[in-house]
Write a protein of this length. Structure first.
Lengths: 137, 409
């Protein structure tokens, strides 16, 4: 579990997130927010159409998100793809995560890295868990 | 063209034997029915008019493996699909299945998704059809899907199925309270760490965070297996996945292939054999049982434009270039594991009707299981002599044995 950091001002600015998934498989993404108070808000946003894409969505105001850990989970099914291509789907998976509303000029987007990916023993199912900390600058 | 052909041939051979074999073990598990354009240009594929498929990243076919006991078989083919080796930034299930997503028709996405290039080496030990005795034939080919159209109802049904599956994934994915607690503690320790000055406390917090990280990683690692198990046994998901396998209403495919003959397997004797471009139009998806989607009829019309090098003087071994056109079609009916098809092609040569010829072949395929196919082909191949075309064999689609393949008189 490696967490990226995104700096926010902690003011009334709304923080937005966009998740783009590039895969020929059937994908489903959802976002949860966890706070130091041990409270977790599940399904803050989720994809609906099988692409795994979450279009630009507000996750709340910066002042309420300080020290919040965002988890973006993306699960991908490769049932419709010939078995021989599953491994290539895993290797070539591209997911990008854009955050807006924080401190200007931060390195964007965050991307799905090797350590974020897991797959089933058969290779038919892929799961990606991306973690981003929202830190007050 | 010959020089280009030789360069491509050499490059392909090197790629095949040094890249793919090392990257992906050369096992007979990659066997598949040889219907690539390279085979089709030589008229030795079981079917000359193939229905569109989603190509595998890399497929290797061999037949008559033991023909001469050579280390490198004379008869082999490989097919490579570049799409699976790229990292597209905008791939989606809508593009892959050619579903109209409301913004894009996605009719043309198969041009790259289904593009494949192939290479074939086939040895003919007897004159049969358009192949001459003791000639080795090398062919290069490429094929792709130009247009795929789904009906309005199909687009609507498929979109609905994807929405339901997406929801099922979300619901069935185990989001345990245990992981939420761990994430909460990680967040709390991370907050404390940022304000902590005491070295011992920092070390302690980092140790705790590392332990939490390990536990979360463990939970994430087992996630895909658990989800897969649940989805495989989830009736709703299985039913919706079946809907997504619906065959598109209309598909237009194109292919090109170029071949050379090498008499006596002596490279210096090589000559141009044949090149061709062809298009197939398939109308399908007529399921009599809409709920089960277990049977289909597909009608394919095919047109091939060939440039042939024909032996016109056997005494003096003189070849002449001729242009020809193949026109024909294929009718296929499949029900559950059975598939029955018949295809007809008429080849007309420009300026010499005496060379005109036909091919009529029937094919029966039975899917024993996902890995094992029984295939039988019977009919008349092109040419006037030795034109009985039969193939019979077990095709271990992903199995462990070679496919029996050959012509018989």
């Amino acid at each position: 579990m490696e967490a990226n950091e995104y700096f926010i001002d902690g003011n009334e600015n709304e923080i937005f997130i966009t998740v783009n998934v590039s895969t020929p498989g059937i994908a489903s993404s959802k976002i949860s927010l966890t706070f130091p108070t041990l409270v977790t808000i599940k399904n803050k946003a989720k994809s609906k159409d099988g692409t795994g894409v979450i279009s630009r969505t507000s996750i709340g105001k910066g002042e309420n998100l300080v020290d919040c850990l965002i988890e973006i989970e993306t699960d991908i099914l490769l049932n419709l793809i010939p078995k021989e291509n599953w491994d290539n789907c895993y290797k070539n998976l591209v997911i990008t995560y854009y955050l807006e509303g924080g401190v200007d000029n931060q390195s964007q987007p965050f991307i799905c890295e090797e350590s974020n990916k897991n797959k089933s023993d058969s290779g038919k199912t892929i799961s990606v868990n991306k973690y981003i900390f929202l830190i007050k600058k | 063209m010959k020089r280009i052909f030789q360069v491509i041939l050499l490059t392909s051979m090197i790629l095949l034997f040094f890249k793919n074999i090392t990257a992906q073990e050369l096992s007979l598990e990659n066997l598949k029915t040889p219907n690539s354009p390279g085979f089709q240009i030589l008229d030795i594929s079981p079917s000359s008019i193939e229905r569109p498929t989603n190509p595998k990243a890399f497929a290797l076919s061999m037949f008559n493996l033991t023909s001469n006991g050579t280390a490198i078989p004379k008869n082999f083919a490989f097919e490579l699909s570049p799409y699976w080796y790229t990292k597209p930034s905008n791939a989606s299930v809508f593009k892959y299945l050619n579903i109209n997503d409301g913004k894009h028709h996605n009719m043309f996405t198969g041009i790259f998704n289904k593009l494949s290039v192939s290479m074939v080496s086939a040895y003919s030990d007897s004159t049969s059809g358009s192949l001459l005795k003791n000639n080795n034939y090398i062919a290069l080919g490429a094929r792709t899907n130009l247009i795929t159209v789904r009906s309005k109802k199909q687009n609507s049904d498929l979109k609905e199925a994807l929405t339901i599956i997406s929801e099922r994934i979300s619901n069935l994915k185990d989001n345990t309270d245990e992981k939420d607690k761990l994430k909460g503690l990680f967040t709390r320790y991370s907050l404390l760490l940022r304000s902590e000055k005491n070295i011992d406390s920092i070390i302690m917090l980092k140790t705790k965070m590392n332990l939490i990280t390990i536990e979360i990683d463990k939970l994430n690692k087992i996630g895909p297996n658990e989800l897969e198990k649940k989805l495989d046994s989830d009736e709703v998901t299985v039913e919706q996945l079946k809907k997504l396998s619906a065959i598109p209403l209309f598909q237009l495919d194109a292919a090109y292939a170029y071949s050379e003959a090498i008499p006596g397997n002596v490279f210096a004797n090589k000559r141009f054999n044949r090149s061709g471009f062809w298009v197939n139009m398939t109308l399908s998806g007529f399921s009599f049982s809409e709920t089960k989607l277990e049977n289909n009829i597909a009608i394919t019309a095919s047109a091939r434009f060939l440039n042939d090098n024909i032996l016109t003087d056997t005494l003096n071994n003189i070849f002449q270039r001729k242009n020809s056109v193949d026109i024909g079609g294929r009718l296929e009916y499949s029900i559950q594991a059975f598939s029955l098809s018949v295809e007809y092609l008429k080849r007309k040569y420009s300026g010499n009707s005496s060379l005109n010829t036909e091919r009529t072949v029937g094919m029966l395929q039975y899917k024993i299981n996902d890995k094992l196919y029984l295939t039988g082909t019977y009919g008349k191949n092109f040419g006037k002599f030795n034109n009985l075309f039969t193939t019979m064999g077990i095709n271990w689609g992903f199995g462990k044995s070679a496919m029996g393949f050959g012509n018989s008189d």
